[in-house]
Design a protein around this ligand. Sequence first.
Ligand code: IMP
Length: 183
Amino acid sequence: MQDDIAQILVSAADIRRRVKEMGRDISRDYAGKELLVVGILKGAIIFLSDLVRELSIPLQLDFMAVSSYGDDTSTSGAVRILKDLEVSVEDKHLLIVEDIVDTGLTLKYLLENLRARQPLSIRTCTLLDKPERRQVEVKVDYCGFCIPDYFVVGYGLDYSQMYRHLPDICVLKPEVYEQRRKK
Ligand code: IMP
């Protein structure tokens, strides 16, 4: 597994520090309000579970799962809901929590879909942002780290459902997915 990793881009210690700061910012901005945190499965689960434990405001947790059509390292932009929320968003302040914003297509779709359900407010939070790759404009309210255009795994992010358990954000060697494409 270590042989598949080219470099550590963000260490577990740096992630911990940044998640604490993000928790403080979000708790301050939502003081006196109740939040519905919407985690996007599966990539956001590890970030989300660390983040919510840094929040000092009352909150509910719910999840959505989406899949985007495309090849295994990029999206085509067509998004499909695999699992929807279980709670109603009416009278709720929503915070969408994503692992990474790449082209922006997934987050844009989620924002439009959830906005149409008329919550009190809606904001977005992502651990990672790859601004160079953006295809559509989308507002990121809370961002952990802006990163260059590398395909990364670990801390919840996968390649082909693998590597999610790695504690650091790691750059995968391109030959790992190039080899797979040839098969
Ligand atoms: P977007 O719709 O292009 O912004 O892509 C969002 C989704 O693509 C993320 O939620 C991830 O699941 C996946 N993704 C994009 N870049 C990476 C990456 O570098 N590593 C792992 N997954 C990624």
